[in-house]
Design a protein around this ligand. Structure first.
Ligand SMILES: NC(=O)C1=CN([C@@H]2O[C@H](COP(=O)(O)OP(=O)(O)OC[C@H]3O[C@@H](n4cnc5c(N)ncnc54)[C@H](O)[C@@H]3O)[C@@H](O)[C@H]2O)C=CC1
Ligand SMILES: O=C1C[C@@](O)(C(=O)O)C[C@@H](O)[C@@H]1O
Length: 290
């Protein structure tokens, strides 16, 4: 028999999370440390529950002895009202993807932002952060933009097909980082914006297996740009391939996917995970078509 103190029972709550690679990433890392750790996807689509049930699910899970959760679409904002405490960054960002259950209380964190910030620091060390163009201002884009500003980006241009969403996101981020410039631009302005930028961050679904293609004309990129993608199925997107071919410094989307898991594993267990081993395992799972 194992108790709360001797083992970990963790879940991922979200829509369509059954194929997620986060549960096997955590479990394999725990195995390597000799930690008893079970991590189950709790797929809202499969159990026929709406995102608004996240609070009820968390309360039941607390009674059933769960230690922690990752939370994803559509619950990253919905979960906030059910938490007893939230980290400063998750509160500012208005999104939680990790919930720790300690002494019967729910504490929220955001490892999407911290995972991307870590990936940027370690995967693209020393890159210029004066001006960055970010394509995509949705869920992943919000965490990435926050991470860019928290990492020192001085001028961030957000571009998204949804002009209203872009304007709202830019205004919210500008209020959080008053000493930086955060501006919304139209997709037509991307050439002009990239001409003055140090880096491009891509956070739209373009380039995924289901949405193949290039999110930006490769002729607008030059070797002095660094390029970060968040798409990781496939890990080598058309954008990543084109940027590598041009000689740009490149961060693939797998770094953020692994980064959020590394930070969540550390928060849940208090044990320092081996980030390199977790990335190897993640790439193995992708290579197996999982
Ligand atoms: N590496 C990681 O850990 C993660 C990666 N992702 C990736 O990020 C992608 C985006 O996910 P979410 O932000 O959750 O989706 P979302 O639907 O919340 O946001 C996507 C945004 O992209 C915009 N968009 C779509 N096509 C565009 C185009 N051609 N040009 C400009 N804007 C465009 C949409 O208007 C929308 O605002 C996913 O497809 C997934 O591949 C998502 C979560 C985590
Ligand atoms: O959004 C995501 C992606 C994720 O849901 C996954 O399936 O890997 C895991 C979450 O922790 C993270 O915030």
């Amino acid at each position: 028999m194992s108790t709360l103190a001797e083992s970990y029972l963790v879940g991922l709550i979200g829509d369509g999370v059954t194929p997620s690679l986060t549960p096997p990433m955590h479990e394999a890392e725990a195995d390597a440390h000799g930690i008893r750790y079970l991590y189950r996807p709790i797929d809202l689509a499969a159990i026929g529950r709406p995102g608004s049930d996240v609070g009820t699910l968390l309360s039941s899970a607390r009674e059933l002895g769960f230690n922690a959760f990752n939370i994803t679409h559509p619950c990253k904002q919905l979960v906030l009202m059910h938490l007893d405490s939230v980290s400063v960054d998750a509160e500012r960002l208005g999104a939680v993807n990790t919930v720790l259950i300690r002494d019967g209380r729910f504490h929220g964190e955001n490892t999407d932002f911290s995972g991307f910030a870590h990936a940027l620091r370690t995967g693209l060390p020393g890159v210029a952060l004066d001006r960055v163009v970010q394509l995509g201002a949705g869920g992943a884009g919000a965490a990435v933009a926050y991470a860019l500003l928290a990492s020192g980006v001085r001028h961030l241009t957000l571009i998204d097909l949804d002009a209203e969403r872009t304007r709202e996101r830019a205004a919210a981020l500008a209020a959080l980082f008053p000493d930086r410039a955060v501006v919304a631009a139209s997709p037509d302005d991307i050439g002009h914006e990239l001409a003055a930028a140090d880096g491009l961050v891509h956070a739209t679904p373009v380039g995924m297996h289901q949405h193949p293609g290039m999110p930006v004309d490769a002729r607008l990129l030059s070797p002095r740009h660094w390029v970060a993608d968040v798409v990781y199925r496939p890990v080598e997107t058309e954008l990543v391939r084109a940027a590598v071919a041009l000689g740009c410094r490149v961060l693939d989307g797998g770094h953020m996917a692994v980064g959020q898991a590394v930070d969540a594993f550390r928060l849940i267990t208090g044990v320092e995970p081996d980030a390199g081993r977790m990335r190897h395992h993640f790439l193995d799972l992708l290579a197996k078509g999982l």
